[in-house]
Design a protein around this ligand. Sequence first.
Ligand SMILES: [Zn+2]
Ligand SMILES: [Zn+2]
Length: 168
Amino acid sequence: MGFTKKGEQIARELVRKHRLWEVFFHDVLGLKEFNEMADSVEHDSNENVEESLCDFLDHPQQCPDGKPIPRGACCGRRFRRKTGWGLFQRMDIKRLCDVEKGTRARVVCLREKFFSRFSSFGIIPGFIIYVKEIFPGFIIKVDHTEIALDRQLCCEILVQVLHQQQDT
Ligand SMILES: [Zn+2]
Ligand SMILES: [Zn+2]
């Protein structure tokens, strides 16, 4: 039946995306929350991102939990390994210290040693932040709280730029 086949295909793609992202967050970023992180991005990523991700990770066959990753069209081909920053650029993922004033962004990940410090400010993966000022220091708005961070510390946070607008 066409419908069943299509449903199977969609489920397979979703499993594939989820497990690829798990590998990324676990192996590349060293996050313990790899499963939650994969949940938060898998629905946003399109086919191109999935293929680049798979290529970047060198076409892994298992997720960190040891479950198989369904093969994609890319997995049979012999691609040259791209750098992670290429993928990040396509997803508009930047270090917080590199974004412009007026940017609204989603926190993607933090360096682990700063995790408790940032999370006490409400800077937590998946949360939306607003960059109110970048000079002389960064002023980040999380909900209605403003936090002053020095530039150095902002380089330890990766964010996905959502859009730029003036705060009103
Ligand atoms: Zn898994
Ligand atoms: Zn692949």
